[in-house]
Design a protein around this ligand. Structure first.
Ligand SMILES: Cc1cc2nc3c(=O)[nH]c(=O)nc-3n(C[C@H](O)[C@H](O)[C@H](O)COP(=O)(O)OP(=O)(O)OC[C@H]3O[C@@H](n4cnc5c(N)ncnc54)[C@H](O)[C@@H]3O)c2cc1C
Length: 513
């Protein structure tokens, strides 16, 4: 049995901790915040429960697998309910589109948009299915440690034109511009610009279509709590409100983890679920590899940040479904400004979360819980003072929502708070306040992302959004699976070596008293 430390209790850290603990190792999970979850944190205010981040849960099987490793059932830990429609999409001309895997309803809406759209959609879904099989089922939880692994994936990448963007592929099959937006915006959920993100990410459509969109009763944080309970039931140790301050090394191995309370603990292996730049730059600062890897990473392109406004309202909106996307009049131009410019755009495209549509227990009776998020440039681009900007920016979002979707909103708000790029940076140690780590473009994917095991410090591993396959719950849970496979093999080899070395060692000489 080896002793392993995992830094950070996001979905990736929790999934890795469960896999290693299930395999019989002694795992300590160290999290700087007072609750696990990372980007999936939660707040409770005056009877309203707000999930901080992920709300669209896809591929529930990747989560159920964590329980079945030890013959447990996810249903004993968390109640997952399906959400329909998956999303309602709104445009400023008043048109809407309900995205669902109910083909009858979907095809009727597609047919209304013009001749050929149903057939085009079918062809697009056949493409999405293929990239799902190649990109997700086969490669979604494999570690790309050397260039050879990338070369062996190349034929599939070429066959499915991974060098094209999601928007370009969607446009090949779909004619209506609003539908093109409807079938390409998904990459934004993992930090990618649909005009730049590899077409491989069309696999998200197949993922949703096959397995649906789910929501845990009690909110996404109920799922986090279920994972934490499973880890504890397995005998794992969680240390909260404690940040890892430094990774000490002996030669090219980590020997100890030092936390901000000054405690030094020795481990056989360490995995970081924390931000990749923070891990190399701040935690591995005592080893030359830290500076070298951090410098290389800082040259890469990071996903934008988000401004998220959480609000509790003393009335209900029964006509508004759970997941809502509001497209502004500019799509491509707005996205290129968010991804490439240093100003905060005046207009927005928004995601609105309305969890009380599925689970009314998330607010007091007769009331509603919401959050609205706007993608914004990260702090390496937009250098404005978020402490000054946040309040008026939030006011503008609320005015927009009131005008387009939620009448009477502002006079009924009881509770309100926000999370800005500055909070991503200070609360989560996120480089540049990025909400999703490295941008998911082809040249930063697979082998070109942070490796699941460091190339130099051989007992340092990574799991989470900065590693392959990338951000999103299924992505980081898949990265934990890839990392666990590597770690289990390495730890097993180390244990065998330890047993062999002990057998070969001459018997200890006991000196006379
Ligand atoms: C607002 C928002 C909405 C999203 N919506 C969706 C969605 O609907 N569906 C979806 O699938 N994905 C969504 N995502 C993406 C998804 O939430 C993330 O990609 C995923 O949760 C990241 O998980 P992770 O394992 O990388 O860890 P993180 O969640 O980033 O957690 C890392 C943890 O490490 C801790 N940490 C950092 N440094 C240290 C240190 N030195 N010591 C100790 N602990 C440390 C942090 O406190 C944090 O808890 C959303 C993201 C955001 C921000």
């Amino acid at each position: 049995m080896s002793k392993v430390a995992i830094i950070g209790a996001g979905f990736g850290g929790l999934a890795l901790a469960i896999r290693l603990q299930s395999a019989g190792h002694q795992v300590t999970l160290i999290e700087r915040r007072d609750k696990p979850g990372g980007r999936a944190y939660a707040w409770e205010k005056e009877g309203y429960t707000f999930d901080a981040g992920p709300t669209v849960v896809t591929d529930p099987a990747c989560l159920a697998e964590l329980f079945s490793l030890t013959d447990r059932n996810i249903a004993d830990y968390v109640d997952m309910v399906p959400v329909q429609p998956f999303y309602r999409l709104y445009w400023e001309d008043g048109r809407t589109f309900d995205y669902t895997n109910d083909d009858e309803k979907l095809f009727a809406q597609l047919a209304e948009r013009g001749p050929g759209e149903v057939a085009g959609y079918r062809e697009f879904m056949a493409y999405a299915e293929n990239v799902y099989r190649e990109g997700y089922q086969k490669l979604g939880h494999e570690a790309f440690l050397d260039f050879r692994s990338m070369i062996s994936a190349a034929p599939a990448l070429m066959k499915y034109e991974a060098y094209r963007s999601v928007y370009a592929i969607v446009s090949r099959y779909i004619k209506d511009e609003q539908l093109r937006q409807a079938f390409s915006f998904h990459t934004l959920l993992v930090g990618g610009n649909p005009f730049k993100t590899s077409a491989i990410y069309a696999l998200i459509h197949a993922l949703e279509k096959r397995d649906g969109v789910w929501f845990p009763k009690g909110g996404t944080h109920a799922l986090v709590r279920g994972l934490e309970k499973l880890f504890t039931d397995l005998g794992g140790e969680t240390i909260l409100s404690t940040a890892v301050a430094e990774l000490e090394t002996e030669g090219d191995r980590i020997s100890a983890v030092v936390t901000d309370d000054g405690t030094r603990r020795r481990f056989d292996a360490v995995a970081s679920n924390g931000d990749i730049v923070h891990t190399y730059d701040a935690l591995l600062r005592g080893h030359p590899r830290g500076k070298q890897a951090a410098t290389a990473l800082k040259r890469k392109s990071f996903s934008p940040s988000l401004f998220v406004l959480y609000f509790g309202v003393k009335r209900e909106y029964p006509e508004v479904p759970h997941h809502n996307i509001l497209f502004g009049n500019r799509y491509k131009e707005l996205l290129s400004e968010i991804y490439g410019r240093s100003e905060l755009p005046d207009d927005f495209s928004l995601y609105l979360h309305h969890p009380t549509a599925t689970d009314p227990s998330l607010s007091p009776p007769g009331r509603s819980t919401f959050y609205v998020l706007a993608p914004v440039p990260h702090m390496g681009r937009y250098k404005g003072d978020w402490d000054a900007v946040a309040e008026p920016y939030g006011d503008r979002l609320l005015a927009y929502l009131e005008e387009h979707l939620l009448p009477g909103l502002r006079e009924n708000i009881e509770v309100r708070h926000h999370f800005t790029p500055k909070d991503f940076s200070s609360e989560l140690n996120a480089h540049l306040g990025s909400a999703f780590s490295l941008e998911p473009v082809l040249w930063q994917s697979a082998y070109f992302r942070v490796h699941n095991r460091d190339d130099v410090v051989r007992n340092l591993y990574f799991a989470g959004a900065g590693t392959h396959p990338g951000a999103g719950i299924p992505g980081v849970v898949g990265s934990a699976k890839a990392t666990a496979k590597l770690m289990l093999k390495d730890l097993d080899r180390q244990e065998q070596l330890g047993r062999y070395t002990r057998r070969q060692a001459p018997p200890r000489q006991h000196s006379a008293p």
